[in-house]
Every structure is written in structure tokens, then in C-alpha cells.
Design a protein around this ligand. Structure first.
Ligand code: AHG
Ligand code: MN
Ligand code: MN
Length: 335
């Protein structure tokens, strides 16, 4: 029986049997993420002390400056998943193309691919504000034992078998789902163990927080502008409170606990918004739905979108169910 203060290791073993494909492979995968998260956590925690803050001098395929910690976290997660020979493919925000693992090895019978945002909210690193890691897991669709192809990665979010995030915050937490609810584990840094601190996490159906980069207001679609004005109106339980950290992981985490909505809409500058479907929106949408919340692009369920490319962007509205539905209503009315 899951109970508070159970360790993540114990929880994984106990819940392995309830997962519909029980091979232990997914458990080993979550274990590897746990290990990489601890290593990255250690580096993030001493960020002010060592030469790890600042730009790495490279840009990723999306033209964004890579921070040293982006590169570090990317390397650590890829190394851990590769060395332990657990997955057959990895796609990352920081890699132009997907990585095929042991594609030459006929004995590679691994079935899972991982998509990852190794360090989310990198613009917050230099100022000691929470950052995170986001991951999404699928079963491959091409035959086991052959090299992975792009098809294995361009699956709809509703095919995810696991997803989660690590938030490197005032405490470090690993929050994940394998499709049977959402559980949160807090790292005890003194002994390096994650403990179940937040069993069965749920978004409150209603909330009073809205999270959006309002500096872009002028560029937002009319439906979003109207919804923001609705949030600010004096009526019933409104006006809502505005909270925006600028790290999706942290904004999502707060809203799941307190009740709220996160919006990164399209704008007249970016026709698909900013967030990436495969390693930001899909995993967060899976978590949201597993926690009784909702995730939408304004009109459609995020998890039903057919991805066309690895680094595809999509407008993202996510959080407490009734709030997301209200925002969708404003989008429809402004059509
Ligand atoms: P990343 O650091 O992985 O590129 O992601 C940053 C994302 C997301 O975490 C955050 O919510 C959003 O960018 C913030 O964007 P703005 O600065 O445009 O508000
Ligand atoms: Mn990100
Ligand atoms: Mn990132």
C-alpha cells in the first residue's frame, strides 16, 4: 500500500505490477531518471559557486542560446539513459535530431523512447529561481531490435506511457505518472533519497491563479485578451491573482497544488506560441489529465494532436479544469 514517506525506489517496485506492460523496463527507466535528476540537482544547487552559470556559447536548433546548465543537464540525462541501456531512442530540446541507441546491436530489445526538456526555464538559472526537467515516455511503434525512426517519436500524446518532471526548487521534487494518477516525491538532500510526499496529486477543479506572460498581451489573439480581462474583473471570486515564474515546470507545479491556469498562447509574433509539443506540452498535458486537470491549445485536446516534427511548437492552456474550459469558451466566442 502506497504511503507517505515511502521511498521512490519502494514505490516503483510496489507499483510495477499495476502497470499494463510489466517488464520492469519502465521501472528501470524511472530509476535512471531519478539518478540523473539527483546529479543535475547537485549541479544546480552549487550554480552560484562554480563556473556553471551563463551561456555556453552555442545555440540549439531552435536558435536559442544554450546555457551551460542546459548542456550539462542534457549530457547527464542522455548519458544515464544510454549507459544503462534502458531505452532505444532519445529526443531532446538540445539535440537537432533524435538519438538512436545501440541501433547496430541486434540484442537491443529495449522498447521505450524518451523525449526530454533537460532544463526548463533556463533563463532563471542566473538569478537563482527554480528550474526543472520534463520527460515523456512512449513505447516504440517500429519493430524491436531495429534502429528507431522518427515515427517512434511523432506519436500523439495520448499514447504516452509515462511522463513527469523534476523541479529544482526550494526543495527538489520528482513528480510523475504512468497513467494511474500523479505522485510527487521530495528529495532529502542529506541522504539522497526521494520520499513520497505528495500522493495522488489533483488540480482543484477551480482556481484563483492565472499565469501568463502579460508583456506579450498586445500580440495575443482576441479570445486570450478577453479571457485575461475576465480574470481581472471584479465579480464573484475574481479578480484572480497573477503569478508567473517563467519556468513552465514551476508554474505548473504551483497551479496543480493551489488551483490555477497557465497560458502560453500563440501571438502575432509566434503563430504557434513558444512551448514545444513533444517534450513540454505533451508530458504536462498527460500529468494534468491524470491529476483531474485539462490541457488544450485553445480549441483541441493537446494529447490528440498529431505531431509533424520533433521541435514543433503549440499554443498551450493548462490547469484547473473549469478554468481551462472557460478560456476555451472565450477562444470560441472570439472566432
Ligand atoms: P526552456 O528554458 O526549456 O527553453 O523553456 C522556457 C519556457 C518555459 O519554461 C516558460 O514557461 C517559458 O519558456 C517562458 O517564456 P517567456 O519568457 O516568453 O515568458
Ligand atoms: Mn522548457
Ligand atoms: Mn529547456
Amino acid at each position: 500500500m502506497s504511503q507517505k514517506n515511502q521511498t521512490l525506489g519502494e514505490f516503483i517496485i510496489e507499483n510495477q505490477a499495476s502497470f499494463k506492460y510489466t517488464s520492469g523496463e519502465l521501472s528501470r527507466l524511472i530509476n535512471s531518471i531519478r539518478l540523473a535528476a539527483k546529479v543535475v540537482n547537485h549541479e544546480v544547487n552549487k550554480a552560484g559557486l562554480v563556473d556553471i552559470i551563463g551561456a555556453a556559447g552555442e545555440t540549439n536548433i531552435q536558435g536559442e542560446d544554450q546555457q551551460k546548465l542546459d548542456v550539462y543537464a542534457n549530457d547527464k540525462f542522455i548519458q544515464t539513459l544510454t549507459n544503462r541501456n534502458i531505452v532505444c531512442g532519445i529526443a531532446s530540446e538540445e539535440e537537432d535530431d533524435f538519438i538512436s541507441i545501440n541501433s547496430q546491436d541486434e540484442n537491443n530489445n529495449n522498447k521505450y523512447v524518451v523525449l526530454i526538456d533537460p532544463l526548463d526555464g533556463s533563463s532563471n538559472i542566473d538569478v537563482n529561481v527554480s528550474v526543472g526537467t520534463i520527460f515523456s515516455v512512449f513505447r516504440r511503434v517500429t519493430p524491436v531490435g531495429t534502429p528507431v525512426t522518427i515515427e517512434d517519436f511523432l506519436q500523439k500524446g495520448n499514447q504516452q506511457v509515462a511522463a513527469g518532471y523534476v523541479v529544482y526548487g526550494t526543495s527538489t521534487m520528482l513528480v510523475y505518472t504512468t497513467g494511474a494518477g500523479v505522485n510527487g516525491f521530495t528529495l532529502n538532500p542529506a541522504i539522497g533519497t526521494f520520499y513520497l510526499s505528495h500522493p495522488n496529486m489533483q488540480f482543484p477543479e477551480n482556481g484563483k491563479i492565472y499565469s501568463v506572460n502579460e508583456g506579450n498581451y498586445i500580440h495575443f489573439p482576441q479570445g486570450i485578451k478577453n479571457y485575461i480581462k475576465y480574470c481581472q474583473m471584479e465579480e464573484g471570486d475574481r479578480p484572480y491573482t497573477s503569478r508567473y515564474i517563467g519556468s513552465l515546470v514551476s508554474d505548473f507545479h504551483r497551479n496543480m497544488i493551489k488551483g490555477g491556469i497557465y497560458l502560453y498562447p500563440k501571438s502575432s509574433k509566434d503563430s504557434n506560441g513558444k512551448l514545444r509539443l513533444l517534450y513540454e506540452c505533451n508530458p504536462m498535458a498527460f500529468l494534468a489529465e491524470q491529476a483531474n486537470g485539462k490541457a488544450s491549445d485553445g480549441f483541441n485536446r493537446i494529447l490528440d494532436i498529431q505531431p509533424e516534427e520533433l521541435h514543433q511548437r503549440v499554443p498551450f492552456i493548462c490547469g484547473s479544469r473549469n478554468m481551462v474550459e472557460k478560456a476555451e469558451e472565450f477562444m470560441r466566442m472570439a472566432q
